[in-house]
Design a protein around this ligand. Structure first.
Ligand code: FDA
Length: 408
C-alpha cells in the first residue's frame, strides 16, 4: 500500500499552495481532487483574472476583513504569510498584475497564470497529484506507533488505498456545486467529532419579491455607487460600493459584501446618493429650475432609476418648482434611506463563498491542526473564516495553507 507523509484532499487554492510548500520541505505529498479540472475557482475568479490578494489587509487589524464566530483566529496565519509574501511570489514568477479598486490585485493576463505558478511549484517539489480521483472513505488507524512513516490515515480512493501520516482537508465550501464543490470537508470534520458553524451562502446576490419589488423589476443593468447597511445600530455593517439591479433583485459589490452579514428577515438600508445632501439639492432645484422631478434626479442618478423612483408617487412627477416642500422632503428621505427586505439569496449556485464551516475553536490557530486529532488539518474556505470581497478569501487560502505546511 503506498504511503505518504501527507495526503491533501482538494486541489484548489489552499490545497495546491499547501502541497507545494510541504513538497518544498521535503515531504512526500499526495494531492487528490475528484474534479477533472484543477483549481476551477481560481480560473473563474475575478472575472478570469483572479483577484489573488488585497494590499490593504493590515496584519494588525486584518481580521476586520473576515467573518466567523472568531475572526481573530485568522490573525496568526495572516500575520505569518502576508499579501506582500504572495505578491513577492507572483513577482518572482514574472506574472504581471495591477491594482483595481481598494487594494485589490489582479493578474494582468489571466487567472491561468496563477494556476500555472502553483502547479509548477507542485511539480518541482515532487507532489503527486491524482485527479480526477474520488475518495470513498477515510479511516483513522490507531497504530500506537506515531513515529515518522507510520500511517495514521487510510484513504480509500478510486485509485486504490493509500496511507498518510497527516491528512489535510482543503475541500473548500459549498459554492458553485457544478464546478466541484461538495460537503466532503464538513463530513470529515463530523466524522472526527469536530463541530461545524452553521453554513450559508455569502458574497451572493439577493432576491426580492412581491409588490415592494414591482417598481424596480424593469431596472436590470442599472448600476450606481451607494452606501448600504444592515443589522441593528450597534452591530450594523455598512459598505460604500456599487449596486447593480438584476432581473431578480440586486447584486454588485455593495450587495455581495452586505449579503455575508445579512440574516433572513432583516432589512437593508440603502443611501442611493451618499455623496449628496439630497434635501438641500432639491430645494436649490426648486428655487432655480422648472424641470420635471425625474429630470432633476437624472442629474444625480441613472435616468431609468430616476424615472422609476418618481413613478412611486404622483407628487414626485411634476415640475420641481410646483412641488410641495413636504413632497420634496419625503423624496429626499426615500432616496437616502431606502429600506427593503430581501426575500432570500440566489443560493450556493451564485454565491462566491460559504459563510460558516469547521469551528475554529476546534483548531490550532498556529497550525490549523484539529485539537486532540494529531495529523488532521483543515485549511481554506472549509474553515469558519470568510473574507470580504476583494482578494481576502484567496489570502486566507494562501495563509492558512502556509501555516499548515510549516507544521506538517
Ligand atoms: P477551493 O474551492 O478553491 O478548492 C476546493 C477543492 O476541493 C476543489 O478543487 C474541489 O474540486 C475539491 N473537492 C471538493 N469536494 C471534494 C471531494 N469530495 N473529493 C475531492 N476533492 C473535492 N476569492 C478571492 O479572494 N478573489 C476572487 O477574485 C474571488 N473570486 C471568486 C469568484 C467566484 C465565481 C467564486 C465562486 C469564488 C471566488 N472567490 C474569490 C472565492 C475563492 O475562490 C475561494 O474562497 C477559494 O477558492 C477557497 O479556496 P479553497 O482551496 O479553500 O477551496
Amino acid at each position: 500500500m503506498p504511503h505518504f507523509d501527507v495526503a491533501i484532499v482538494g486541489a484548489g487554492a489552499a490545497g495546491l499552495f499547501c502541497a507545494a510548500q510541504a513538497g518544498q520541505r521535503g515531504l512526500k505529498v499526495l494531492l487528490l481532487d475528484h474534479a477533472s479540472r484543477v483549481a476551477e475557482k481560481i480560473r473563474i475568479s475575478g472575472g478570469g483574472r483572479c483577484n489573488f490578494t488585497n494590499r490593504h489587509l493590515d496584519i494588525r487589524t486584518g481580521h476586520q476583513h473576515y467573518l466567523g464566530q472568531n475572526p481573530q483566529f485568522a490573525r496568526s496565519a495572516l500575520s505569518r504569510f502576508t499579501p506582500q509574501d504572495f505578491i513577492a511570489l507572483v513577482q518572482r514568477n514574472g506574472i504581471a498584475f495591477h491594482e483595481k479598486h481598494k487594494g485589490q490585485l489582479f493578474a494582468d493576463h489571466s487567472a491561468q497564470d496563477i494556476i500555472a505558478m502553483l502547479l509548477d511549484a507542485c511539480d518541482r517539489t515532487g507532489v503527486q497529484r491524482w485527479q480526477p480521483c474520488t475518495i470513498d472513505r477515510i479511516d483513522h488507524i490507531d497504530t500506537g506507533n506515531t513515529a515518522q512513516g507510520a500511517g495514521r490515515y487510510r484513504l480509500h480512493t478510486a485509485k486504490g488505498i493509500v496511507q498518510a501520516h497527516s491528512l489535510v482537508v482543503a475541500t473548500g465550501g459549498l459554492s458553485i456545486p457544478k464546478i466541484g464543490a461538495t460537503d466532503f470537508g464538513y463530513r470529515i470534520a463530523k466524522q472526527f467529532g469536530l463541530p461545524i458553524v452553521a453554513l450559508r451562502p455569502g458574497l451572493v446576490p439577493l432576491r426580492f419579491a412581491g409588490d415592494d419589488w414591482a417598481p424596480y423589476a424593469g431596472l436590470a443593468g442599472v448600476a450606481l455607487p451607494v452606501r448600504i447597511a444592515t443589522g441593528e445600530k450597534k452591530q450594523a455593517m455598512a459598505f460604500e460600493e456599487d449596486l447593480l439591479f438584476t432581473h431578480r433583485g440586486l447584486s454588485g459589490p455593495a450587495i455581495l459584501q452586505i449579503s455575508s452579514y445579512w440574516q433572513p428577515g432583516q432589512s437593508l438600508r440603502i443611501d442611493l446618493l451618499p455623496q449628496l445632501d439630497v434635501a438641500a439639492a432639491l430645494q436649490k432645484a426648486k428655487a432655480t429650475t422648472r424641470k420635471l422631478l425625474p429630470n432633476v434626479l437624472a442629474q444625480w442618478l441613472p435616468g431609468r432609476l430616476a424615472d422609476a423612483w418618481c413613478q412611486r408617487q404622483s407628487a414626485w412627477q411634476g415640475p420641481v418648482n410646483q412641488c410641495s416642500d413636504k413632497a420634496l422632503a419625503q423624496l429626499a428621505q426615500s432616496l437616502s434611506g431606502w429600506q427593503l427586505t430581501p426575500s432570500g439569496t440566489e443560493g450556493y449556485a451564485k454565491a462566491e463563498v460559504t459563510v460558516g464551516g469547521v469551528d475554529t475553536q476546534a483548531l490550532s490557530q498556529q497550525s490549523m491542526e484539529a485539537k486532540g486529532k494529531p495529523g488532521l488539518f483543515f485549511i481554506g474556505e472549509v474553515v469558519d473564516i470568510t473574507g470580504w470581497l476583494g482578494g481576502f478569501n484567496f489570502q486566507w487560502a494562501w495563509a492558512s495553507a502556509h501555516a499548515c505546511a510549516q507544521a506538517l
